[in-house]
Every structure is written in C-alpha cells, then in structure tokens.
Ligand binder design. Sequence first.
Ligand SMILES: [Zn+2]
Length: 148
Amino acid sequence: MLISPSGADKGRMDTNDLLVARIDEEQLPAGASCESLMHRSIYRRHSGIRAVVHAHPKAVVQLAADGSVPDAHRLVEAEQFLGVVGLVERFQSGSLELGVAVAQALDSGFSCVMMDHGAVTIGETMVEALRRMLLLDRLAQMQVTGGL
Ligand SMILES: [Zn+2]
C-alpha cells in the first residue's frame, strides 16, 4: 500500500512523498503515518478495496462526540453510496486495536466514524473513497446545522 508520511501536509504532497508498505508484512517504513496500522488492517480485512481515506472533518467529529454518526438516510444517494455508517468507540490513535475495530466497522458499509477522532472511507479508487468522505462530511454538516 501507499501511505502518506507522518505529519505531512496532504495539500502540499506529491507522489514522491508517498511511502510504500507491504500489506502482508509487519514492518512499516520509517516515517510512515501514525495510522499505518489502521490502513493496513483495513486492506487486510477488505481485499476488494484499493483506497482508504482518513480525515478529521469538524462536523463529523462534532456529531460523534455523543455517539452519533451522519445519517445516510437523509439522501437516497448517500444511503447507496455509503452503506451503513459504522461507529467505532474510542481507542488510542495509531493503535492496532483502533485499526482492527475500524476494519470490522467497515464490514457493512464504506464508511465509519471514530468517536473523538475522525472518519474513514474506503473505495475501489481514491476518488471514490474521497467522494464518500466529502459526502459523509456534507451529511454531518447538515445534521449539525439542522439544514439540508
Ligand atoms: Zn486521525
């Protein structure tokens, strides 16, 4: 898998900044994202996917503070595109426990929210996973502001 370096500004990265980590090996490249274990756990459990997006959208994190997730039923296309939005309890960032819990939460959909942390979306392409993240954020913003 390709993984971003720890602390990298995602908006200023190019492909030369990405690190290569083998999914079937335990060793991770030096300087890899602190969430590399989570990404690897997802790829190991869901062999059909080819992209993972992890972000900390403000509205999603705000909703998840009390255990709520963006309601995909508010938009027909969201329900189809996201599936069941999973909720993962609090685990330490970067821990294997978090990675395993997130990978399991993605068994019934293409997105999940981590309490007091952020969200993860998956897809067959990076564009698909990113679109899911943007939709998840939009739904959360609608719920937080009360509008459509
Ligand atoms: Zn994070």
